[in-house]
Design a protein around this ligand. Structure first.
Ligand code: RTP
Ligand code: MG
Length: 141
């Protein structure tokens, strides 16, 4: 299996709940290494740019409003099959539908305040990592 990278964001609801460490433990427990990390309070323009693929969707404004409502923790993760491993750790978008033991089942409150973002393809992961991390700030290890 290939070593991959993926982009993860711990969203404002989970940062406010003080569970950054518990979520990092899940990444590490699944064999994912944090190779870059930054805490940020996104501007509206940064959040809109990040979620540009969703700009025609009805939930776009709510999504952007939520993502700028407080600080987020942004990280690049690396490991075998990292994109899918992270998606499996996250669980379904709607926490009511997320499997037991997933991050969203355990920490998310609603489809909007759903604790984490994870890239949904290896191609998007590369774009999303570049969006937040200039190459010099990614630590291959
Ligand atoms: P994410 O991008 O945040 O990792 O989440 P995802 O892939 O599981 O879901 P996606 O379809 O990419 O949607 C992005 C975020 O928009 C919000 N959303 N709301 N009200 C709705 O029907 C709805 N659908 C999506 C969620 O917060 C989702 O994480
Ligand atoms: Mg998505």
């Amino acid at each position: 299996m290939a070593i991959e990278r993926t982009l993860s964001i711990i969203k404002p609801d989970a940062v406010a709940k003080n569970v950054i460490g518990q979520i990092y433990q899940r990444f590490e427990g699944a064999g994912l290494k944090v190779i870059a990390a930054r805490m940020m309070h996104l501007s509206r323009a940064e959040a809109e740019g990040f979620y540009a693929v969703h700009k025609e969707r009805p939930f776009f404004k709510d999504l952007v409003d939520f993502m700028i409502s407080g600080p987020v923790m942004v990280q690049a993760l690396q490991g075998e099959n990292a994109m899918q491993v992270n998606r499996d750790l996250m669980g379904a978008t709607d926490p009511k539908k997320a499997d037991k033991g997933t991050i969203r089942a355990d920490f998310a409150d609603s489809i909007d305040a759903n604790a984490v973002h994870g890239s949904d393809s290896v191609e998007n992961a590369a774009i999303e990592i570049a969006y937040f991390f200039p190459a010099l700030n990614v630590y291959a290890r």
